[in-house]
Design a protein around this ligand. Structure first.
Ligand code: P1T
Length: 385
């Protein structure tokens, strides 16, 4: 079952089957490293869990279903998933990436892949002339987040896909912030979707996991081989947790969206707050694109800065929160708050952060699914108390 049912049905049933041996409705957690063979090389399709494991297969089929791809792969972290894509490249290849990315992605690109001779162009990809000017015969990959972490910038997936197709360049979208409940990059022309499944897919802040979903079967097989050969697979227990998370993705993200916009509006109307970064606000510079691409669902991530521009105000706010927890990460049922410059994006050099606008007075909220009145009261008491 892939495309013939709608999304809320896909998250629960997509790619799933009852356990063939017992009829178990939920997939068993196959805690086994290896599988018996009746004769050398004769087996059930499973040989060794680094190659494939039935619980991982169940998760991977669910990923294929919700992102509408040919091949899903589950990794030991989001960064392991990104790393697997990067291993397609060789020295001399070039990558065009958005200028705002999760700090760990930027670190992987600049501290590992740049050092082995891959060239990165971190640009405002919405500037089409600039984007086109960076494409040359060595360009292999375009890598974007939309919305970005933490500035909530959008990129027009469909427009970028047209260009990458023309130039035969791979196009990967980190869909962690939006989730397929909001947007499906493969349907808009991307080749690869990536997730930090640690976030909304898992949804409960109890697992580190990553995912790739690939549109093309052949490329999917190549990435599966890379994963098998390098080993960053997700264990069966974690696969089960992410799969369980996916079954309520639509319910959770719907509430994240409802609460997210209310928190964004509250902040925008607050006298102490300067800018609010949220694609569902008409003040967002790409509000029109957000309405179209995100289908009027804007997610639970909100960033903001203070009129005072004072780092101390951001820190004071974060220390006072009572329901929001000050912690890295996002996308769990509980609300979290983060200081990008000191926490999640500290691996980006200060001058680069300043250049793209990650200021020291910036706070990023992952708005959870608690009662909105309690969340707003918490934000208010931390701002005014
Ligand atoms: O943490 P990991 O599962 O390896 O995923 C990395 C990653 C990739 N892409 C995006 C957009 C992300 O937000 C992350 C992880 N981000 C955080 C931990 C954070 O608090 O922003």
């Amino acid at each position: 079952m892939k495309n013939q049912v709608k999304f809320n049905t896909q998250v629960i049933h997509g790619g799933q089957q009852h356990d063939p041996t017992t009829g178990a409705v939920m997939p068993p957690i196959y805690h086994t490293s290896t599988f018996a063979q009746s004769s050398p090389g004769v087996h059930t399709g499973y040989e060794y869990s680094r190659a494939d494991n039935p619980t991982r297969t169940a998760l991977e089929h669910a990923l294929e279903s919700i992102e509408n791809g040919a091949r899903g792969l589950a990794f030991s972290s989001g960064l392991a998933a990104i790393d697997c894509v990067m291993r397609l490249l060789k020295t001399g290849d070039e990558v065009i990436a958005m200028d705002d990315l999760y700090g760990g992605t930027y670190r992987l690109f600049t501290r590992f892949y740049q050092e082995i001779g891959i060239k990165f162009h971190f640009i405002d990809i919405n500037d089409t002339d600039l984007f086109l000017s960076k494409i040359n015969a060595n360009t292999r990959l375009v890598w974007i987040e939309t919305p970005t972490n933490p500035l909530m910038k959008l990129a027009n997936i469909e427009a970028i896909a047209k260009i990458t197709k023309q130039h035969n360049i791979l196009f990967a979208v980190d869909n962690t912030f939006a989730t397929p409940y909001i947007q499906k990059p493969l349907d808009l022309g991307a080749d690869i979707v990536m997730h930090s499944a640690t976030k909304y897919l898992g949804g409960h802040s109890d697992v580190i996991a990553g995912a790739l979903v690939i549109k093309d079967e052949e490329l999917g097989a190549k990435l599966h081989f890379t994963q098998f050969a390098t080993g960053a697979t997700l264990g069966p227990q974690e696969c089960f947790l992410v799969l369980r998370g996916i079954k309520t993705l639509h319910l959770r993200v719907q509430r994240h969206c409802e609460n997210g916009i209310k928190v964004a509006e509250f902040l925008e109307n607050h006298p102490l707050i300067d800018k609010v970064y949220y694609p569902g606000l008409p003040s967002h510079p790409q509000y029109e694109l957000a309405q179209k691409q995100m289908k009027d669902k804007f997610g639970g991530m909100v960033s903001f800065t203070f009129k005072s521009k004072a780092k101390e105000d951001a820190i004071k706010f974060l220390e006072k929160l009572q329901i929001f927890t000050l912690a890295e990460s996002l996308g769990g049922v509980e609300s979290l708050a983060n200081h990008p410059a000191l926490m999640t994006h500290a691996s980006i050099p200060a001058d680069k952060r300043a250049e793209i606008g990650i200021t020291d007075d910036m706070v990023r909220l992952s708005v959870g699914v608690e009662d909105i009145e309690d969340l707003l009261a918490d934000v208010q008491q931390s701002l005014e108390g």
